[in-house]
Ligand binder design. Sequence first.
Ligand SMILES: Cc1cc2nc3c(=O)[nH]c(=O)nc-3n(C[C@H](O)[C@H](O)[C@H](O)COP(=O)(O)OP(=O)(O)OC[C@H]3O[C@@H](n4cnc5c(N)ncnc54)[C@H](O)[C@@H]3O)c2cc1C
Length: 365
Amino acid sequence: MDNYDVLIVGAGTAGLMLARELGKSGLKTLLLDRKKDLLSFSFSTLGSFIDLDRYQLTDYVVAQKMETAVLYSRYFTRTIKGNGYILDKSKLHEELINSIDSNYVNFKTGVHIKEIIKDASGQITQVLDKNGNNYTGKIIVDASGTVGVISKQVGLMPKSVLLGTGVEYNVKYKGNPSQGHLFVGKQYQGGYGWIFPLQNGRAILGFGTFDNQVAKELKHRLNDILELPLIQSLVEKDNETVEGGSLPITPVLEKFVQQNLVCVGDSVSQVNPIVGEGYKFIFEAAIMASKAIIEALAKKDLTLLHSYEVAWRKKFLTNYKRAKYSQEKIFKYSKKDYLVDMAILLTKLRSDESIIRSLSGEVYD
Ligand SMILES: Cc1cc2nc3c(=O)[nH]c(=O)nc-3n(C[C@H](O)[C@H](O)[C@H](O)COP(=O)(O)OP(=O)(O)OC[C@H]3O[C@@H](n4cnc5c(N)ncnc54)[C@H](O)[C@@H]3O)c2cc1C
């Protein structure tokens, strides 16, 4: 068996970004994923206020640039100017994979990790797949997304988490190709709707909710939304393909490291609670984790891995706690149209720039 510095479980958003950073430093890394095709996804577009240059990504990953976004309540709208992106998830992951240094980083796909083995001191010595094959590394990373295959076993992530679920249709689009739309209010049943414009007169129409009851019949709800006059004025459905997925919305966690285990991404709930944006925040966390891993291995001191948690808390914790508080209020009040109307009216008192800062999670210094 090869002797790896770092073993990463999960070659998704977090795992790929982390592997790219580790590869740059010449650390021998093995990335495992249960999927056979790393570029097949249950949904294909993401809204983001990401700074592409910061993550050395190119325009290739952009499905459409957004210059304005419109927020809708029942009676009011607020149009915000500001640059955002609709990202093509598949192209973004493809670009990340191509930028990973294959001299140092190996991939193994179709490997479904099931359990871990620890020694008497509590360090993970082996990771086992469901066929009983074992893998090891000096440092083990859980980047398995909402599955949290290790983070849940060791108690860094609660076993049962509340999930937000979203479903989407790819539809014909009659609106402005550089304008995105976000709909909140009673008609969206405690969730929200969105339209992400794409090129060639198409768009993604989505509906997401945090309400478990509504989540059970999401496709029906998406069809209900399609009947709304406002939605009909913007899009037209011409196929039955529904895409979707879930993301964790429950906890704001502060601990991502345990002995030689490091967790990144949805496996430790790093999606911004209010914005719902995972990419930018997960990239930031992966870069922080990579710095801690590189230092811990160079100095042969695993306690240095905790510098990742310290850096994350310093940059995000206050913001995430505030966002979590707002998220709870939004869940509670978004079914009451007059409150959503009031919220939209209040946004008129704020500058476009300050709203974009809130929407983008204010991460940049
Ligand atoms: C419907 C929906 C809409 C979203 N919209 C946006 C958006 O607009 N903008 C945005 O920025 N973010 C959005 N997100 C969030 C974003 O997609 C996630 O936060 C991000 O992809 C999480 O990255 P990750 O690497 O933690 O997990 P993932 O990207 O899910 O990667 C986890 C990987 O681990 C693998 N894996 C899982 N279990 C095992 C196992 N046992 N063994 C081996 N491999 C395993 C999986 O196959 C997968 O490849 C959305 C999420 C959803 C569900």
